[in-house]
Design a protein around this ligand. Structure first.
Ligand code: PMV
Length: 313
């Protein structure tokens, strides 16, 4: 039996603009994780089991866009295996789905890591390899993913990321002072692909305006990295609010997200913004330890479905 896990993720700065080649910063959310267990099985073929989703199916019966099957086939293809042994792959996850926390990438990375381990492919299974296979699955699912999700969930380190050819720029960096974050769920599910497609249509309709917005997001990500490396909380918070204003301009925020951002700031958060694709999903609030409880209660009181606590760095 081989078990592997991968964490959720938070985009701290630069979502959407990262798809257009601007820098972005993401960190792992280690408090929530996806887990994959690969075991020998008496039944023929590969059984894919996701108890939380009520899924139990044979790989041979899956369609071409099945995310779990795609992860398995990526490993099979990359390793050049004509056939897989008779196994079951059981996937569980406490990362909320369709809410900007990288659940899809984490599930995929956990499957790839566990299956590679089971098949004795340790020599192949570097973080880079797992990340690139996860990216292939994300492409089939999301259309034009930047690559930041698969990178942060496989490396499980804070990353400064630029989507570029021929290879993405991926830099890990130090966090001088821990970032205390509350991650609040609007409870509204949102499809990353739909929001990314919508931003693309807006960009096509008014490239000059959107390029300016993306440039400003990129400048914020550069400044934010410096502020995080220096532990300048005031500057980090200011940049979060500036990034949120640009995400509102992109039309990817929502009344629920705006409300949770406002509620957290009123309760004493240093800075707040949506995280991920937007139009629903989660927002993040940067807090200090004195105000953490007050902001937590305010977010719960304002109807957040859940509020996770995370200390980054
Ligand atoms: O909603 P999520 O967690 O899949 O994050 C999407 C981040 C985007 O920048 C909007 C898209 C991307 O591929 O980077």
């Amino acid at each position: 039996m081989v078990k592997a896990t991968a964490p959720g993720k938070i985009i701290l700065f630069g979502e959407h603009a990262v798809v257009y080649g601007r820098p972005a910063i993401a960190v792992p959310l280690s408090e929530v994780r996806a887990t994959a267990v690969v075991e020998p099985n008496r039944q023929q073929g590969v059984q894919l089991i996701a108890p939380d989703l009520g899924v139990k199916k044979n790989l041979a019966e899956t369609g071409p866009n099945d995310a779990l099957a795609l992860a398995v086939r990526q490993v099979q293809f990359a390793a050049g295996l004509a056939q897989l042994p008779d196994i079951s792959i059981t996937v569980t996850s406490d990362i909320p789905i369709a809410s900007g926390l990288g659940s899809g990438a984490a599930i995929c990375a956990a499957i790839i890591r566990a299956l590679a381990g089971y098949l004795g492919l340790a020599h192949l299974a570097s973080s880079e390899w797992i990340s690139s296979l996860t990216y292939e699955v994300e492409k089939i699912h999301h259309g034009t993913p930047s690559g930041i999700d698969n990178t942060v969930v496989t490396y499980e380190r804070p990353v400064y990321f630029i989507r570029q050819q021929p290879d993405n720029l991926i830099e890990t960096f130090d966090i001088a002072r821990p970032l205390r974050l509350l991650v609040a769920d609007t409870g509204v599910r949102s499809s990353t692909k739909d929001v990314v497609d919508d931003v693309r249509r807006s960009w096509q309709a008014d490239r000059r305006r959107f390029e300016r917005i993306f440039d400003a997001c990129g400048e914020i990500a550069v400044a934010a990295r410096a502020a995080i490396e220096m532990g300048d909380m005031v500057q980090i918070a200011r940049l979060m609010s500036a990034n949120q204003a640009l995400l509102v301009d992109m039309t990817v925020s929502s009344p629920e997200l705006n409300r949770l951002v406002a509620v957290s700031l009123n309760a004493g958060a240093l800075g707040a913004k949506l995280s991920g694709a937007g139009r629903g999903g989660n927002m993040i609030a940067l807090v200090n330890s004195e105000k953490e409880e007050a902001v937590h209660s305010a977010l719960i009181g304002a109807g957040s479905r859940s509020v996770l606590r995370s200390v980054i760095g």
